[in-house]
Design a protein around this ligand. Sequence first.
Ligand SMILES: NC(=O)c1ccc[n+]([C@@H]2O[C@H](COP(=O)([O-])OP(=O)(O)OC[C@H]3O[C@@H](n4cnc5c(N)ncnc54)[C@H](OP(=O)(O)O)[C@@H]3O)[C@@H](O)[C@H]2O)c1
Length: 298
Amino acid sequence: MEKAALAATGETQDSPQHRLDAARHGRAEVIPERLAVITGGNKGVGLEVCRQLACQGVTVILTARDEKRGKDAAEFLRSESKLPNIIFHQLDVRDDNSVTSLAQYIESTYGKLDILVNNAAVSGIVADEEGLKALNIDAETWTSGRAANLLKELSTSGARIVNTSSLVSELKRMPNEKLRNDLSNISIWDEDRIEAVLNTFLEDLKNGRLEEAGWPMMLPTYSVSKMFINLYTRIMARRYPKMRINCVRPGFVKTDINWNLGVLTPEQGARAPVMLALLPDDGPTGCYFDQTEMVNVW
Ligand SMILES: NC(=O)c1ccc[n+]([C@@H]2O[C@H](COP(=O)([O-])OP(=O)(O)OC[C@H]3O[C@@H](n4cnc5c(N)ncnc54)[C@H](OP(=O)(O)O)[C@@H]3O)[C@@H](O)[C@H]2O)c1
């Protein structure tokens, strides 16, 4: 839009008039060709997605809920990886005020956003990291879901949107048959219905009746959130057909979220989200990718 408006006035982004206008309105002097926001960009897969997108010439807003961790990460990429096109902005995805503040910053500074990588997540449980490592659980056991009991015992517009999902989002892992069937049929869902079902899940969680109600028992909160991220991805893709909106499992990556038990490096884990962030206009949308391969999990 910005470019179209400039073209209409015969201006370029580098013209003195454009710079003057930008300064007056608090906008960036030069609007980047591609602007991306990464949530949870201060470490793990998110940090690597920031690095790889910036290496491709994208201007990256690295966001983090913790100001210091985020600033340090952005500074690290700017200095160590020689990437001046990394900007930090605070964002806690659970805090509406923080989300609004970021949106206003983007709107007033750039007037557009091309890529959003929804990467931030928590596992939903607290575990004894050293105890888990000592058990020497292999990657296959982790990803198959057979470690569920162990965990219980140890527990304390043209835009691209990439929603980071997980293997545990596969509908075959949903024991409740009715919900499994419902989740595969996106036409019956809207935000109100999603909210209602997630409230039921939270009630069942509080009342200790997850198993009885047929919810997944491998990392229940994490699994359910990822199943609904997949569903919401499909709803959004249908609602905004010009955008490319997909979800992706980065692989079993060695990061804090799995107590560093993963087998891929963050660099390998970032490849698929980056690929989807840079899809061409006629690329797939509303799809699930297991790393870089499109698969059907619903
Ligand atoms: N690693 C794997 O094997 C694997 C497998 C499947 C899917 N994934 C997905 O990949 C994505 C990245 O995970 P990761 O492996 O890189 O884990 P990670 O190293 O633990 O990074 C998670 C990131 O999310 C941030 N975060 C958590 N809550 C947040 C909030 N409320 N607001 C903003 N940021 C928040 C964390 O910030 P703090 O530093 O402040 O905590 C951190 O930057 C997640 O969506 C995860 O589910 C990972």
